[in-house]
Design a protein around this ligand. Structure first.
Ligand SMILES: [Zn+2]
Length: 107
């Protein structure tokens, strides 16, 4: 008889691994950029497999080439209520609206 898998537990473990890997990537990105990218690749793959939403964690790296954002590898421009983050590795541009009238207390 097959052992019953505890999917909830697996998801929990995957999530803590993702957090761990992203933290490592953050720590290593200045000393070993390639390794940091590898960590991000792994955590993104794990998130896909276990259908874990990365949410805010996605903001730490380029979603196209998966290299972590680093001050010398990105460009941030602000204008017309929009923040643009350009990845200098692949040129992918990310845009965020700056909320002006909002009831959200975090804005
Ligand atoms: Zn990129």
């Amino acid at each position: 008889m097959a052992v019953k898998r505890d999917k909830k537990l697996e998801k929990k473990i995957a999530e803590s691994r993702i957090d761990f890997l992203l933290k490592l990537a953050e720590q290593r990105k200045n000393s070993d950029y390639e390794l940091a990218k590898r960590y991000i690749e792994l955590s993104v793959r794990m998130a896909e497999k276990y259908r874990i939403r990365l949410g805010k964690r996605k903001l730490g790296f380029c979603k196209k080439c998966l290299y972590p954002y680093r001050s010398d590898r990105m460009r941030v421009r602000i204008g017309k209520g929009v923040v643009r983050i350009t990845c200098m590795n692949c040129g992918h541009v990310r845009r965020f609206k700056i909320k002006q009238h909002t009831k959200n207390r975090r804005a």
